[in-house]
Structure formats: structure tokens, C-alpha cells
Design a protein around this ligand. Structure first.
Ligand code: SAH
Length: 555
């Protein structure tokens, strides 16, 4: 065992090794740790508690010597927590030179002992020490988990059935803030597509019962009410639900929209409503599945959607592409290579472990994007959200260039009957200055959003403040938006997987591989992504190079 510097038990002084620290405490403070442990017959954990007690409470050596072994800290798990990080004293139960002098039947002194027997003895001690350490680690982590659990159960909102890790509190707290809702509402690609779908499909929404899963400010519920829904139930677990209630009242829609604060998994619908016609929800996260809110929406679907009911959105597609990403590479990694003439590249290494969420321009996409996952929301099952799929990406760059990253984004579709769209259905690409907002919110238009009662004529005029001529010929409309580099950037930006070994490609070169995506074991709202890839000169030749594997966290 290597010698490690060790701090005295009674001073800040650090000695070169454990044995020297113990020796120092013996000579300077008259405190012999090993002798006291033997006198009090302390076991491995008793000894750890004693060391941590002295380190934390800093008693004078004389008081420490007077301990009897009956003190309460000797049975407290709190004192199993190391006070000093990596305290070498906790790992040594005698001394760090591992002499065999304390071996009762060792017989002759260590200088006389047969070397092979000495090795066997030392190996046995090493084994024992490893075992003790493993036990200690297991005990500490078990105790710490228990104390976290106790904390959770003491919290006012904690219920006695909390036995799992809590991935929710922080998540719902973050949605209690105003800013996050401002960002989402101001994302006009997102909000105006929902608005267009709801307001331009009045025959779908008229007299329907609508469930808004994760209503936030209630914006989608307001659109649904404006489109003539008979009843809207707006559910959100975060405190934003209180604001949603206020907003509903301010807009005079309280007879139509009922806000319920709670997790969709836990609530029941008000007024004996059991099933709904339509579920609207904006559940998409970075890289589509980050946040894992889709699981909650699927739960809502299974509990509350009528057979044949409509999920909005009805389909989402995860798209992967080759990305030049030179600027992002320079900003995040390359710049460390030369800092005032020093090489700090070690700092850049970490960046490869996580996906990067940032915006890249359309010119950086140098392949047709490939759909790595097509999620049809009416049918998909939660287990299908952990998946592996293969991809083929063909460079369309007209010059030799470096692929620094694979870019992932998603396209979202709203079908008025909730039907499945073919995989090659083109997505609407919003160009700068475009967007369907004008269709549902003409400039200067102040719509009559105070709910009219049930006359259908009035409803018809209140389908939205959109252009009347559009409403005259209402036919069901499929809507979509893309979060890809070719569209106006959304608040989801793009998810980049930076490659440790950038791929040099020219037109026609092919990158093939598999994309693995699953919920992270540490936090179910995060994702673990694994990308396996290889390159080849063109589609019709065999790949000859090695398969490269890179692992990322999306968090
Ligand atoms: N619909 C709003 C907000 C979307 S953000 C809009 O379009 O602007 C997603 C919202 O869903 C957040 O407010 C979050 O608190 C809520 N949410 C997420 N999971 C939920 C669950 N399981 N139960 C209830 N609300 C949830």
C-alpha cells in the first residue's frame, strides 16, 4: 500500500504517512489511537466513528483518551461519514507499513519470518482491508440513501410511498418560474403551429372535451376554448397552474376551462369526466425525449383518451444529420489548445461526454437528415422510447470537409384525425420572417376571446382571429414544424454530438451506424446516447474502417 500524507488528529499538521501521523499524535499529544481502539475493543466501524468524532468535534487529547466506548456517537451512523475527504486514517486499521507484528501466532519477528509466509500474511491483510473498505462504502451509501429518504418523507409534499429517487421536484420547480414559459410562448414556430392546428381545425375542436397535459400558462387550453371546445381540462403539476387559473379567469373562460394542479399520473378528471376527445400537450424536450414527459402523456392517453380520440401532436420524428459544426467545435473545444501559448486541451476533453445544445446554421448540415425514430403518439409504448436504430448519412458537401458532429433535431406533425403520416411526409420548414402566426393572429387584431355560449354561428366567427376567407372553406388541416437547422431556430435549438475524431468527407461518402438512446439510470429525465459509426467511400462499397463508438449524456 502506498504511503499517503495524513493529518494529525489534533492539529492541522499533515505528516507524510499514517504511521508518522499516529506516531506524532502519540509523542506530541500522548494519544495512541491503536492502543485506545484495543482498549475499547472497537471494531472496524467503531474505529471509523472514533476518528470522525475526533476530527469533527476536536476534543482535547485528554478528553479523547477518557472515552469509554459508551458515548452515543459510537452508535451513530452520522459518524461513519468521512470528515476529511479520502482520509487515509479511515483505511488503515493498524499502520501503513503493514508489519505482521500484531499477528498473534506469527512467532518470530518480521525480520526472521519466512518471506513466502510473510507474503501470505500480507495478502490476507490486504484482502481483509479491501473487504472492510467495501463494507464501509456499502454501509455509508446505504445509510446516506436512507437519510435522504427520511428527508423526503419529512417534506410536506412527500408522501409515504416515496421509496424511489426523486426526479420530479426539481423538474416541476423549474416549470414554476415565469421565464421558462416566456421562452416557450415567444418561440413562435412552436406556439403558432399549435395555435394554427387548433384554430384552423374547428370541426375537430367544436364541442369536444379536451385535456391539456402540462398546461403551463394555459395557452393551449385558451386556443382550444377559442376553437369551440365544450370543456377543457388543463393539468399541470407545477405552481404555474395557479397562474393558469388566474389567466383563465382574467379571460372569462372559467366555465369552459378547469385548471387542475397535480401530476397527470395522479389526478382524476373533474365532474365525473372519464374520457376526452382530444389530448393536446407540448411535451417535447431537447433531442425530443429529454425530460421524459412523453411517458406522462402516454399515461394520460391510456387513462383518459376515448377510443379513436386524437393526440396532438400526433407524430414526431427524430432526425440525424452530418454537421460541419466548425464554429461550435472551436468555441467549445478548439480554443483550449492555445491559451496564452499554453496547451489547455485537457479542458476540452469533458465536452465530448455531453451533447451540446446550440444553434447551427442550415449550411452546416451536409447530408440529408435521416429519421432515426418515428414516434406515432397514438400507438407508441413507453418501452419503445429506449431504442437502437440504424442510420445512413450520405455527404452532399461539394467540397472536402470535416464532419465535427452529428446533429439531432425533431419534426412534429399534427394530423386532424390523429392518423399516422407516411415516413416521407415533408415537414413544414419555417423561413425567417415566416411562420403561421399571421394566419391566427393578424397584426393589431384584438380577438373576441370572451367565450360565447353555445350558438354555433357565434362559435364559427370565434374560431380564431384568422382570415375569414380561410374559414369559409374549412377542411381538416395537417400542420407541422421542424426544429432542424433549415428552419428558423426554436427554443429547442439543435442537439450536437461532437466527434472525438472528426470525419473528413467529400460528396457521396457515407457514414453508417447505429444510434442508441435510453433513459439514464441516474436520472430518468436525462438520456444516455451511444453512437456507433463507420465510414465508407460510397453507398455501394463495403465499409472497411473500424467502428467508432462514442457515448454521450443528454442533460
Ligand atoms: N402547455 C404549455 C407548457 C408546456 S411545458 C405551453 O405550451 O406553453 C410542459 C409543462 O408540463 C410544464 O409546465 C410542466 O410542469 C408540465 N408537466 C410535465 N410533466 C407533467 C406531469 N406528469 N403532470 C402534470 N404536468 C406536467
Amino acid at each position: 500500500m502506498s504511503k499517503q500524507p495524513c493529518q494529525s488528529l489534533f492539529e492541522d499538521k499533515t505528516l507524510p504517512s499514517v504511521s508518522e501521523a499516529l506516531e506524532y499524535d502519540k509523542n506530541t499529544h500522548g494519544f495512541d489511537l491503536n492502543a485506545l481502539c484495543s482498549k475499547l475493543a472497537l471494531d472496524f466501524h467503531g474505529r471509523i466513528r472514533l476518528i470522525n468524532f475526533i476530527r469533527r468535534s476536536k476534543p482535547p487529547a485528554a478528553n479523547a483518551l477518557a472515552l469509554t466506548g459508551k458515548e452515543s456517537f459510537f452508535s451513530s451512523d452520522e459518524f461513519l461519514r468521512p470528515v476529511l475527504e479520502d482520509d487515509p486514517l479511515l483505511l488503515n486499521d493498524t499502520s501503513d507499513d503493514w508489519s505482521d507484528d500484531d499477528e498473534p501466532d506469527a512467532g518470530p519477528s518480521s525480520s526472521q519470518i519466512d518471506p513466502s509466509r510473510r507474503i501470505a500474511l500480507l495478502e490476507r491483510k490486504l484482502q481483509q482491508a479491501k473487504q472492510d473498505l467495501a463494507d464501509y462504502k456499502a454501509l455509508v451509501s446505504q445509510r446516506l440513501d436512507l437519510s435522504r429518504l427520511q428527508d423526503a418523507m419529512r417534506e410536506p409534499s412527500g408522501s409515504s410511498k416515496v421509496v424511489e429517487r426523486d426526479d420530479d421536484s426539481h423538474y416541476f420547480q423549474s416549470y414554476g418560474q415565469n421565464d421558462i414559459h416566456a421562452v416557450m410562448i415567444q418561440d413562435s414556430v412552436r406556439t403558432s403551429t399549435y395555435a394554427s392546428f387548433i384554430l384552423q381545425n374547428p370541426e375537430l375542436f367544436r364541442d369536444a372535451i379536451v385535456l391539456d397535459v402540462g398546461c403551463g400558462t394555459g395557452i393551449l387550453s385558451l386556443f382550444a376554448a377559442r376553437a369551440g371546445a365544450k370543456r377543457v381540462i388543463a393539468v399541470d403539476a407545477s405552481d404555474i397552474a395557479k397562474k393558469a387559473k388566474q389567466i383563465v379567469e382574467t379571460n372569462g373562460l372559467q366555465d369552459t376551462i378547469t385548471v387542475v394542479q397535480g401530476k397527470i399520473e395522479d389526478i382524476t378528471l373533474p365532474d365525473g369526466i372519464e374520457k376526452v376527445d382530444i389530448i393536446v400537450s407540448e411535451w417535447m424536450g431537447y433531442a425530443l425525449l429529454y425530460e421524459s414527459m412523453l411517458d406522462s402523456v402516454l399515461r394520460a392517453r391510456d387513462r383518459f383518451l376515448k377510443p379513436g380520440g386524437v393526440m396532438a401532436p400526433s407524430q414526431c420524428r427524430m432526425m440525424l444529420g452530418l454537421c460541419e459544426a466548425t464554429d461550435i467545435y472551436k468555441e467549445r473545444i478548439g480554443f483550449w489548445n492555445d491559451i496564452y501559448g499554453f496547451d489547455l486541451s485537457a479542458m476540452g476533453e469533458e465536452v465530448y461526454l455531453d451533447s451540446v445544445v446550440d444553434v447551427v446554421g442550415p449550411e452546416t448540415l451536409i447530408s440529408e437528415p435521416y429519421p432515426v425514430k418515428d414516434l406515432y403518439i397514438r400507438d407508441i409504448q413507453p418501452r419503445q422510447l429506449d431504442f437502437v436504430s440504424s442510420f445512413t448519412l450520405t455527404s452532399n458537401s461539394d467540397r472536402r470537409t470535416k464532419v465535427h458532429a452529428l446533429v439531432l433535431y425533431f419534426d412534429t406533425f399534427f394530423h386532424p384525425s390523429g392518423d399516422r403520416l407516411p415516413i416521407d411526409t415533408p415537414v413544414h420548414i419555417t423561413k425567417e420572417g415566416g411562420g403561421s402566426l399571421a394566419e391566427v393572429w393578424p397584426l393589431g387584431g384584438k380577438p373576441d376571446i370572451v367565450r360565447r355560449k353555445s350558438q354555433s354561428v357565434q362559435r364559427r366567427t370565434s374560431e380564431g382571429p384568422g382570415k375569414p376567407e380561410r374559414r369559409a372553406s374549412q377542411s381538416p388541416k395537417t400542420m407541422s414544424f421542424s426544429t432542424g437547422p433549415e428552419s428558423v431556430p426554436t427554443h429547442w435549438k439543435h442537439t450536437l454530438f461532437l466527434l472525438r475524431d472528426p470525419i473528413v468527407v467529400e460528396e457521396g461518402n457515407v457514414v453508417t451506424g447505429t444510434f442508441h438512446c435510453k433513459k439514464s439510470e441516474d436520472n430518468s429525465r436525462e438520456l444516455d446516447v451511444e453512437i456507433h459509426y463507420t465510414t465508407k467511400a460510397s453507398a455501394d462499397v463495403e465499409a472497411s474502417g473500424d467502428v467508432v463508438v462514442q457515448i454521450f449524456k443528454v442533460r
